[in-house]
Design a protein around this ligand. Sequence first.
Ligand SMILES: [Zn+2]
Ligand SMILES: [Zn+2]
Length: 102
Amino acid sequence: MSGRHRPRITCHEEMRTDPYTGGRLDLVWTMRCSCGHTREFQVTLAPASYAYGKSEAQRARREHLEAVAPRPDERCRAPKDHRCRWWDDCGLCAGQMVLPGL
Ligand SMILES: [Zn+2]
Ligand SMILES: [Zn+2]
């Protein structure tokens, strides 16, 4: 039985101390998975970098899920019916071949 991965993406403001400018308010995008895997992306407060940080966090989420997912031919064939996500090990699909005629 392996743990499930349920990543969440959040963002918060954080004051950084800079030896040159004193202090700066930055935006930190965090991708944190229920397995403990965490990636942080620190960007400035400008709108363009806000979007950039968000897309980086989403990319990190995707990369993490691709890394933990079963091989493509072993992934769940019906995530909706089996109540799991495409990257989960599905107990219903594991070890089962598709039965002809069903
Ligand atoms: Zn995870
Ligand atoms: Zn399944």
